[in-house]
Design a protein around this ligand. Structure first.
Ligand code: NAD
Length: 479
């Protein structure tokens, strides 16, 4: 059991003995694995105040980018030291197979810190430009946007935290992090590593809590920017608040991405890759291709290949190296996924794989499930299920496949499967979505990531991900 009694605010672990606690349960054993104090509104006030003080402090604001980069690199070094334990902690909390957690939750947060540390080393704070009218010079200056409220979900808790924390720190911002109650324990490990690395007090603060504490933080007068990853419903309400306050906001939201299978695709090779592309993290991944669009001429072959893949995956204990599908994060979430499976049946789709629970006596498991004969207008074809449930839809002409792919409220990820890469790139260009993979899908931290339509606002990652944490100021100088 990991029991934390203090909250990391202003560079110290403040006792919070009278606060209510948040309990974390293992989704595979259903046992209690840890608890932390829940932050109160008063704790959020203290965290925001500490972040504001740090923003102006000599120890942080006074640092040149090289010194800031050194501190960020030390933070990365601290995270390397317990990489396997941190990855395992995510698996224990949300059921992510350890084979996914090691690279995605262990290594990637470290890589992101190093990437943005290097970027800030090489980016001049000020740049002189001759005026367009020739009457002097303008100094264009990059300044930190200020105190950042970072709110993250449970599915990739450490990495999605670092999507925000790494560029925010590199830009010179300070951060109040609100982790998800389901996976709150890893945020304490990140805070401890930041502390050991010598990040000045108040640069990172952690306020565990649910939606109530999240909305209190979003609207807090001491916050300058909100960076949110989570559901479209929550993102919409956060966007409304930020709109009213004219507060910059980045929203990374839900998805229902399409895989366009072209009639020249190597279907067997595609099926091999679908475990990572369409069912990653037990289907609890925002950008996965869960709507598979197959040419009618090869529809049955694609359905058989996808169903065969789903049936072949090893479902089990997330910490076992051989596990490919772990449990759903909570019993409530499993209920939700199962209700979509029942809905698919009632909507008349044909279940060709899964649909039930595996023969495991405890834990919130669902077998990977595939539906064929799905109507494009049905709810299982349109709504984000966020579990291991795939739908396969037929199309006749490639133009129709593009229309079907784009006929979605979302636009986050997507894939194209073809033996003709040029055709794949052409189709990718026509898809209304923030990212597309040709014959695979793998996030590139060096390139912007984000959504069209209901999948979000703004971009994270790449150099664009740093810009989101910087104000640009122009200083006009006469001749
Ligand atoms: P969620 O929206 O319920 O919660 C996400 C976080 O926001 C949690 O920390 C939660 O406590 C907090 N929160 C909820 N309502 C809030 C509010 N009104 N104000 C402030 N904070 C609030 O989402 P979830 O169930 O934890 O995560 C799953 C969702 O996240 C899925 O829709 C998934 O697609 C999405 N997601 C998107 C991305 C992306 O990059 N686009 C990545 C991962 C997950």
């Amino acid at each position: 059991m990991l029991v934390h009694e203090g909250l990391y605010i202003g560079g110290e672990w403040r006792t919070a003995a009278d606060n209510p606690s948040i309990e974390v349960r293992s989704p595979s054993t259903e046992e209690l694995i840890g608890s932390v104090p829940a932050a109160t509104p008063g704790d959020v006030d203290a965290a925001v105040a500490a972040a504001r003080r740090a923003l102006r402090s000599a120890e942080w604001a006074g640092l040149d980018p090289e010194r800031r980069a050194e501190l960020i690199t030390r933070f990365a070094d601290e995270l390397v030291a317990d990489l396997s334990e941190r990855a395992a902690l995510t698996s224990k909390q949300n059921g992510m197979p350890i084979s996914v957690a090691l690279p995605a939750e262990g290594e990637l947060p470290v890589g992101l810190l190093r990437y943005y540390a290097e970027m800030i080393r090489n980016q001049p704070v000020e740049e002189c430009r001759p005026r367009l009218d020739g009457r002097g010079t303008t100094v264009v200056r990059r300044e930190p946007v200020g105190v950042v409220a970072a709110i993250v979900p449970w599915n990739f808790p450490q990495t999605l935290t670092m999507f925000k924390l790494a560029p925010a720190l590199a830009a010179g911002c300070t951060v109040v992090l609100k982790p998800s109650p389901e996976t709150v324990l890893d945020a304490f490990e990140l805070a401890a590593a930041a502390d050991r690395a010598g990040l000045p007090p108040g640069v990172l603060n952690v306020v565990p809590g649910g939606a109530d504490i999240g909305s209190y933080l979003v609207a807090h007068p001491g916050v300058d920017k909100v960076a949110f990853t989570g559901s479209t419903a929550a993102g919409r309400s956060i966007g409304e608040v930020c709109g009213r306050l004219l507060r910059p906001v980045t929203l990374e939201l839900g998805g229902k991405s399409a895989a366009i299978v072209v009639d020249d695709a190597d279907v067997a090779a595609m099926a091999q890759r679908l475990a990572g592309v369409s069912l990653l993290n037990n289907g609890q991944t925002c950008y996965i291709s869960t709507r598979i669009l197959a040419p009618r001429s090869r529809y049955d072959e694609v359905v058989d290949a996808v169903a065969g893949l789903a049936d072949s995956l090893t479902v089990g204990e997330p910490l076992a190296r051989t596990t490919q599908i772990g449990p759903m994060v909570s019993s409530r979430h499993r209920d939700r996924v199962e209700s979509y499976i029942a809905l698919g049946v009632s909507e008349g789709a044909k279940m060709v794989a899964g649909g039930d629970r595996p023969d495991i006596d405890r834990g919130w498991f669902v077998r990977p499930t595939v539906f064929a004969g799905v109507d494009a207008g049905s709810r299982i074809a349109r709504e984000e299920i966020f579990g291991p449930v795939l739908v396969v839809l037929p199309y006749d002409e490639l133009d129709e496949a593009v229309v079907l792919a784009n006929d979605s409220d979302y636009g986050l990820g997507g894939t194209v499967w073809t033996s003709d890469v040029d055709k794949g790139i052409d189709l990718a260009r026509r898809m209304e979505t923030g990212s597309v993979g040709v014959n695979f899908y793998s996030l590139d931290p060096g390139a912007p990531f984000g959504g069209y339509k209901d999948s979000g606002l703004g971009r994270e990652l790449g150099p664009e991900g740093l810009t989101a944490y910087q104000h640009l100021k122009s200083i006009y100088l006469p001749l």
